[in-house]
Design a protein around this ligand. Structure first.
Ligand SMILES: [Zn+2]
Length: 284
């Protein structure tokens, strides 16, 4: 191994990333830290272990601030104090990936196969007997797809899972838009700032949900009590970041809840129709 390439644990004289001559511990051109760059599995494991265990690492500090003082975290970010926290969008995607990973460990097949096969045939027969008001083509669609779904639910559940992951991402623009509407007055925050607020808020909510799902496997229904945390968190986050009054915050939260329920209702309906359509295609 050539010593000049900076391998092993030696300090290099040129930035390994862009080749600029180094002055000090960071490249002034691209910002990469100067060596020594360890190239071993042991060093990789060490980095990972340090991130998880070192209580004052950027990772845990950001998580702690997000949980306990979210308004200060969001304010610091939009006002440009960014070095000491994980970028919001990166954290958001890490939490989303963890959320889906945790859910994928909980088998949907268990739920689906719990329904007895002869019961399914019977239910499918009942569905075909449904009398629906409306256009006969709609009735035919419902009959065909719902009874196919009852006979073979695995496929529908799989499609539903896949699309729910895509739909979750829609929550970001939807919620940002709602906040923008709700804070048109006093209007001192920009759309960009609402988006950052939303990213932080959704990250927290998804993280709590993920922890609750994971804990519910061990503790049972008790774990769902955790879901009381996000509303209180949102209240403090909004009050702190937007500087709204107690009443102003509560009224906005109520309107936000109403709009969110409406949006989630529309999304869930779309998701059900889509899953029925795509999950029972070969049956149609
Ligand atoms: Zn460089």
């Amino acid at each position: 191994m050539a010593a000049s390439s900076g391998s092993g644990g030696q300090w290099e004289t040129q930035c390994l990333n862009c080749g600029t001559a180094l002055q000090g511990h960071y490249c002034y051109r691209c910002g990469q830290r100067a060596g020594p760059h360890e190239r071993s599995i042991k060093a990789l494991c060490g980095d990972f272990f340090e991130m998880l265990t070192h209580a004052d690492s950027k990772f845990w500090r950001t998580i702690r601030r997000l949980a306990l003082s979210p308004a200060a975290l969001t304010r610091d970010y939009v006002e440009g104090r960014r070095m000491s926290e994980i970028p919001p969008v990166r954290m958001f995607f890490v939490v989303i990936i963890m959320m889906f990973a945790v859910q994928s460990f909980i088998p949907s097949r268990q739920v689906v196969t719990a329904i007895k096969v002869d019961d399914r045939a019977q239910t499918a027969g009942q569905v075909e007997g449904w009398q629906l008001a409306g256009h006969p083509r709609i009735t035919a669609w419902v009959h065909r797809h719902v009874s196919a779904a009852v006979r073979n639910p695995q496929e529908v559940v799989a499609v539903m899972r896949e699309w729910s992951e895509r739909f979750v991402l829609l929550l970001l623009p939807l919620s940002s838009g709602m906040l923008w509407l709700l804070f048109l007055w006093p209007g001192h925050r920009t759309l960009y700032e609402h988006v950052i607020f939303t990213v932080h808020s959704l990250t927290f909510t998804f993280a709590v949900f993920t922890v609750a799902v994971a804990l519910s496997q061990a503790l049972g229904d008790m774990a769902w009590w955790l879901l009381w945390w996000p509303p209180f968190h949102l209240y403090r986050h909004m009050r702190g970041f937007y500087g709204s009054s107690r009443l102003g915050t509560l009224v906005r939260m109520a309107v936000l809840l109403g709009m969110s329920l409406l949006a989630v209702g529309i999304l869930l309906s779309a998701l059900s129709l889509l899953s029925l359509q795509l999950g029972t295609q070969e049956a149609g």
